[in-house]
Design a protein around this ligand. Structure first.
Ligand code: HMG
Length: 393
């Protein structure tokens, strides 16, 4: 199913991940856990760890700069900038205001954040699609940026992660056209972050049940195409596998569910297995993963994809994606696997030190902060008079 010229969607996307990562074999050894629990039971092998010079502004700005550069789009042509995040450093001042300045986007751009747990960026994308229907501007930039931390020795620790996915939306997109086909909302306490808590509170097993209920509600009644890819919010790959076993039963005909998962879902989980959960960016990372993994496949007509987004609390949306004729040219620029291959493996005590600094940000000296290297062009410089400062790395 190809994109018709009038559809709105993603013209290009780019990933930013921090340079260091933790091997979950090292985490398992330190926590006295069988490593198969993480690699097989949960499905994650490595998690991205943000440095003290990286917060959600830095992740977002570095991803945003990359997407504009690769797409060959001037910041002046961006009329809407939305950051989806649930790890902001400020309860009022939007993360997007810093990103707006760092990317040198014009003053006539509308700039704001969207918060809805892991669904924030998806709702930002849906806002951008509505906005593009009426705007005279050429592009909207939506950036999903999050740092997922659960704390040492917590059940969620192996599912931590950090990263940003920047998406440039346009009419006649070169990558993928999108539209929402169903939605689901319900007030639940499955995962939440009271303002006075450093880490989220999680009802782990219940959260997986809420996710499954939302998926079932979103996929029910759809005329599901067997040949489409199925892309899911991926807090950890095993949950996606379990959910797809249920969703695949809703596809008409005699579907070999195990093989369907392997071909139509499996490639979407490769990047998450090496990064962990990046909350708002997670489903979009899964899309990048699927497309990059299929780059060497023949460029035949496909049935596009379904995209299931879930945010705790909870809200979910199911989107239909249709690949544009030139999708391979855009995906050829991703280089996501290569970026991950170039990262540095942390020693376990280095990981614990980074967690300690997150818990006590004042414990790092100005010199040590300045000496911390960053994977991209922008970094956090420190806080003066309660104002966070950012600049060139
Ligand atoms: P846990 O205590 O590690 O769970 O917490 P477990 O002991 O049941 O083990 C997990 C799986 O590993 C099980 O498989 C075990 O059998 C298996 P399952 O029963 O599910 O098939 N296992 C092994 N497999 C192979 N070899 C072994 C072995 N040992 C055990 N030796 C939990 C797991 C996911 C609950 C925890 O990591 C957690 O709390 N995570 C955070 C919450 C979360 O990710 N929830 C997902 C749904 S909610 C959501 O997606 C929203 C979210 O992204 C936030 C947002 O929206 O902002 C989280």
């Amino acid at each position: 199913m190809k994109n018709s010229p009038s559809e709105i969607g993603i013209d290009h996307m780019a990933l930013y991940v921090p340079g260091p990562y933790l091997s979950l074999d090292d985490l398992a050894a330190a926590r006295g856990v069988d490593p198969n629990k993480y690699s097989v039971g949960i499905g994650i092998r490595e998690t991205a760890i943000a440095t003290p010079a990286e917060d959600v502004v830095v992740l977002a700005a570095n991803a945003g700069q990359r997407v504009l550069k690769e797409a060959g789009v001037s910041p002046d042509d961006v009329g809407l900038l939305v950051v989806g995040t649930e790890s902001a450093e400020d309860k009022s001042k939007p993360t997007a205001t810093h990103v707006h300045e760092l990317l040198d986007i014009g003053k006539s751009c509308r700039v704001y954040d969207v918060v809805h747990a892991c669904a924030g960026a998806t709702y930002g994308v849906l806002n951008a699609i509505d906005w593009l229907h009426n705007s005279t501007h050429k592009y909207a930039l939506v950036i999903a940026s999050d740092i997922a931390r659960y704390g040492k020795n917590e059940a969620g620790e192996p599912t931590q992660g950090a990263g940003a996915v920047a998406m440039l939306l346009s009419r006649q997109p070169r990558l993928i056209g999108l539209n929402e086909i169903s939605t689901f909302s319900k007030n639940v306490y499955d995962f939440w972050k009271p303002l006075d808590q450093k880490y989220p509170l999680v009802d782990g097993i219940y959260s997986a049940r809420c996710y499954a209920e939302a998926a079932e509600a979103c996929f029910a009644g759809q005329d599901l195409q067997e040949n489409a890819a199925y892309i899911y919010h991926t807090p950890y790959p095993k949950l996606v596998q379990q959910t797809h076993m249920q969703v695949a039963r809703m596809i008409a005909g005699d579907v070999d569910i195990k093989n369907h998962f392997k071909d139509k879902v499996g490639p979407s989980l490769q990047l998450a297995a090496r990064i962990g959960n990046i909350y708002t960016g997670s489903m979009w990372l899964a899309l990048m993963s699927f497309l990059e993994a299929n780059l060497s496949e023949p460029a035949e007509d496909s049935d596009g994809c379904y995209l299931f987004s879930y945010g705790s609390g909870c809200g979910a949306a199911l989107l239909r994606g249709r690949l544009s004729p030139a999708w391979k040219e855009q995906v050829g620029l991703f280089g996501a696997e290569a970026t991950l291959d170039a990262r540095t493996r942390l020693a376990f005590d280095e990981y614990e030190t980074l967690m300690d600094i997150y818990e006590n940000p004042e414990s790092i000296s100005a010199d040590d902060l300045a000496a911390t290297t960053v994977n991209g062009s922008f970094r956090y410089l420190g806080t003066e008079k309660n104002k966070r400062r950012y600049g060139a790395a």
